[in-house]
Design a binder for this molecule. Structure first.
Ligand code: NAD
Length: 277
């Protein structure tokens, strides 16, 4: 199917990477965000809209060849905020695609869907969900909604369980979880171009020497990661040490999200400190 890819969350970190890398891989982009994209590029279409507005997203999806859904809250927040932006937003992305006849949706899931799981080598994507936060719960719901729209309505839906999408790793855990900028683009490109993926859940990490997630299913889509966080290992471990056994950073897939700093009360206290009004 021809037509642009509708990219929600286009003004965010990953949205900006995709705007930089997907066009040269042959994907024209129609960009949507609740805030304006300030560094627009030639050839892009732009819409300012709320990704939880079904009518607006359905309009935006008309004629699109695929929908890449990156809009949402990208960390822990209140239940009200997370459930609206992330769960309602995912429903809207999928339902808008269905109504507009868009055959494929790529969803930005997260490792925090299973963040409470003990760290194991080669963790698979088919283990029981064990979210570490409301944010993680929203990603479990995202994957469940994606599965429903494949089974009931025949869409192709690829859920990317992204690790740590950052310009560079900056903590010991990132030596295992980093997804580099180039690999972020390569992963989404693979999710857009794999022939008939049906429903797929894949880890989104680079080819990290210390990775603890199995990339077999991502590679089956055609993803070929080129970066490895190991090139930062010496600098990071000499400055910050190795993760310590017995801490959440070492023992749980979700790292610090699985610990007390991400309890509801701790998150609310931080929000209160940032905005005492
Ligand atoms: N960056 C990571 O390491 C990482 C890891 C796992 C998953 N993810 C997921 O990837 C996606 C993108 O992450 P990011 O790092 O680019 O986050 P980001 O916060 O930089 O970007 C999110 C974008 O979504 C937009 N947005 C939020 N609510 C919206 C709404 N209701 N309507 C329209 N736009 C809205 C924001 O304005 C922002 O531009 C998120 O779903 C996040 O949960 C990111």
């Amino acid at each position: 199917m021809s037509g642009p890819v509708l990219l929600t969350g286009a003004a965010g970190y990953i949205g900006t990477l995709l705007r930089g890398g997907l066009p040269e891989r042959g994907h024209a982009l129609r960009c949507l965000d609740v805030v304006p994209v300030t560094d627009t590029r030639p050839g892009e279409e732009h819409l300012v809209a709320d990704a939880t507005d079904l009518a607006a997203v359905t309009d935006a999806a008309q004629g699109a060849s695929a929908l890449v859904h990156m809009a949402g809250i990208a960390t822990e927040s209140s239940w009200a905020a997370i459930s609206h932006a992330n769960i309602e937003g995912t429903y809207v992305a999928l339902e808008a695609a269905r109504r507009a006849g868009v055959p494929r949706v790529v969803l930005a899931s997260s490792n925090h869907a299973t963040g409470m799981s003990p760290r194991v080598a080669n963790a698979q994507t088919d283990a029981q969900p064990r979210p570490d936060t409301f944010y993680g719960v929203s990603k479990v719901a995202m994957e469940a909604l994606g599965s429903l729209y494949v089974d009931r309505y025949g869409l192709d839906v690829v859920c990317l369980r992204i690790g740590s999408a950052l310009p560079e790793p900056r903590a010991p855990r990132h030596l295992s979880t980093w997804l580099s900028p180039d690999d972020t683009v390569a992963l989404v490109d693979a999710a857009l171009t794999a022939p008939s993926p049906g429903f797929a859940v894949v880890w989104g990490v680079s080819a990290n020497t210390r990775a603890w997630w199995d990339l077999t299913s991502a590679r089956a889509l055609g993803y070929q990661p080129t970066d490895d966080a190991e090139m930062y290992a010496e600098a990071i471990t000499s400055a910050l040490g190795e993760p310590t056994p017995g801490t959440v950073e070492h023992d749980r897939l979700g790292g610090e999200y699985a610990g007390p700093d991400f309890s509801i009360d701790a998150v609310a206290a931080r929000a209160q400190q940032a905005d005492p009004s």
